[in-house]
Design a protein around this ligand. Structure first.
Ligand SMILES: NC(=O)c1ccc[n+]([C@@H]2O[C@H](COP(=O)([O-])OP(=O)(O)OC[C@H]3O[C@@H](n4cnc5c(N)ncnc54)[C@H](O)[C@@H]3O)[C@@H](O)[C@H]2O)c1
Length: 433
């Protein structure tokens, strides 16, 4: 352990990052900037080539940062697993998606664990950052690493540290968001905390890997449940004829005991719709049915269908049908200022409308084209907001406060604000636009 701590101190530690996506690339660049020699490993050779040529493909990391790290000789990338043999510390940032049956898909984690095990050597520190169910680090990673004969906490070190980055958030980045670390043993926690202390201002050590895994799931389940609550409140306000946003904004004046969440078209991204299902799956294996969390997933997953009903009702009020209607969906990334379309509810809305015979196009400056998931590739429509005049209905799936709608709201196009599900049905123009 002393050896590792010394290498962290004098920056001679060689850091490997497995998986160079939204999480892995910023982590790799941060360690390179902190003075370590970093090697990123990714199965995607195109990503490797782009990094080696100093190019970033992640919105939050500018190409200049990647280029500077590569030119300094502190960052390199490879698609060859053999590089793991040279690493003192390996940080795992591979995807943890859902299977078709909405259960954890551990394929990537298992592959990464096997890659590390095949190049295991004594003295290594292995940290799992991918979001996963409590128990993964000990139940999935540890047995594969221990097969090599070493004792964890003595011959090698194992920890879990959840990634908390919020893509597109300029205020809170990797360096000023406290980092949770849980080690398999006290020694494992100490080494991992020392490593992260070089890139993050505040490291919060918990007693075990499982606690650190659960922290991440609590944070994201908290969001999923509160979003489900406010989505249901919006549907209730619709029935009651009350303006949801007025209610939320008024409730938010309470200086304690209330935190505002806002309704929308459903959940998107790789985290909030996915992570609670990792938790409920694990609990099902322990004969516990996490009812509240599962119900929240159900309510959020039903929101795209609710929006399609809003569109259908609004068109119906004008004696128009969804079939044949020209519909523009604005904002297909799962949130504003990012290009990530994973699990985006806007795509579900588009598919549901297409299935009902609408002619659907989309506009999103961060997503120039949609190459898969539809019968034929789609290109983002330009010319917002004026182009809205060309459609029977415009479905806004993003925060649109920076769009000047003057001149469009007096057109005959229907504008549906999916964040304001209360007002969709009866107003000819949606008042929050
Ligand atoms: N995106 C976020 O905002 C965010 C935030 C916090 C946590 N997370 C979690 O972090 C993890 C990674 O998410 P992401 O958004 O960076 O995913 P991503 O898909 O952007 O990146 C993962 C990368 O891993 C690579 N990869 C897959 N299998 C590999 C293997 N066996 N060896 C080497 N490389 C491999 C892929 O090619 C890809 O480049 C997930 O568990 C996610 O839930 C994501």
């Amino acid at each position: 352990m002393k050896d590792l701590l010394q290498k962290i101190e004098d920056r001679s530690l060689h850091v490997g990052v497995v998986g160079l996506g939204y999480v892995g690339l910023p982590v790799a660049v941060a360690f390179a900037e902190a003075g370590f020699h970093v090697t990123g490993l990714d199965v995607d050779s195109e990503k490797v080539a782009r990094i080696l040529s100093g190019e970033s493909y992640i919105g939050d990391i500018g190409s200049s940062k990647v280029a500077a790290a590569v030119q300094s000789g502190r960052l390199t990338a490879s698609d060859d697993n053999d590089v793991l043999a040279e690493m003192d510390a390996v940080i795992v940032c591979v995807p943890t998606p859902l299977s078709k049956t909405k259960d954890p898909d551990m394929t990537y984690v298992l592959a990464a664990a096997d890659q590390i095990a095949a190049h295991f050597h004594p003295g290594m520190l292995i940290v799992m950052e991918s979001t996963t169910y409590p128990g993964t680090t000990e139940e999935v990673l540890l047995p594969r690493l221990s097969d090599n004969g070493g004792t964890v906490g003595e011959d090698f070190f194992l920890a879990y540290s959840p990634e908390r980055i919020d893509p597109g958030n300029a205020d809170y980045t990797l360096s000023n968001t406290p980092k949770i670390v849980g080690g398999y043993s006290a020694a494992c926690g100490e080494v991992a905390a020392a490593l992260y202390g070089t890139i993050v201002g505040d490291v919060h050590l918990v007693s075990e890997c499982g606690a650190a895994e659960m922290v991440k799931l609590l944070e994201n389940t908290f969001r999923a449940v509160n979003i489900a609550l406010v989505n249901e409140v919006a549907i209730m306000c619709d029935r009651l004829g009350i303006d949801t946003w007025e209610v939320i904004e008024a409730a938010a004046t309470k200086p304690f005991g209330f935190m505002p969440f806002f309704p929308g078209p459903g959940l998107g991204g790789h985290c909030i719709p996915v992570d609670p299902r990792y938790l409920t799956w694990k609990l099902r294996t322990l004969n516990y049915h996490a009812r509240l969390v599962e119900l929240a997933s159900e309510i959020n997953a039903a929101m795209p269908e609710h929006i399609v009903h809003m569109v259908s009702d609004a068109l119906n009020d004008r004696q128009l049908s969804v079939k044949g209607a020209r519909i523009l969906v604005i904002g297909v990334a799962y949130k504003r200022d990012v290009d990530d379309i994973r699990e985006s509810p806007a795509l579900d809305i588009m598919r549901l409308l297409l299935a009902r015979g609408a002619q659907v196009e989309y506009s999103d400056s961060h997503v120039p084209e949609l190459t898969s998931g539809f019968e034929q590739p789609l290109k983002s429509v330009e010319g917002l907001p004026d182009v809205c005049r060309d459609y029977d209905c415009v479905v806004v799936c993003t925060d649109h406060s920076d769009i000047d709608w003057t001149g469009v709201t007096d057109s005959s196009s229907l504008l549906i604000d999916t964040r304001n599900v209360t007002r969709g049905r009866n107003d000819s123009h949606i008042t929050r636009l």
